[in-house]
Design a protein around this ligand. Sequence first.
Ligand code: ZN
Length: 132
Amino acid sequence: MQSMKSEELAEFRGMLKLLRARIRGDVEQLREEAFSGSEAGNDQRSSNHMAEMGSDAWDLEFALQLAATDQGVIEEINHALKKLDDGTFGVCEMCAEQGRPEAKSRIAKARLQAIPYARNCIDCEREKEKRR
Ligand SMILES: [Zn+2]
């Protein structure tokens, strides 16, 4: 497989940045929802709804958990952007570790289009899943 053209790299960079912006927006929104909860705009859920308070606590936990997951994705995206700068974007990290030539370590383009922050090729990803 040939190495990627600069237009393609620019396209992936755009995708990654867009994705990051979207997730960041979502994370902020989630945090806002989680922390503003019972105070503003929830007049209908007043103190006589004790049963619902339990579920509110659960919602908070869930929202924060979601935010934490997204934070992990943002790190992956930042990592991918760094690889774009380094010129190693699209190279499978596990293949590279195993010393395979770069030409044989490329992540399939279709995979990158689906997950632009993927670190590994599909074969290595499967291998990783098996080891878990
Ligand atoms: Zn690989």
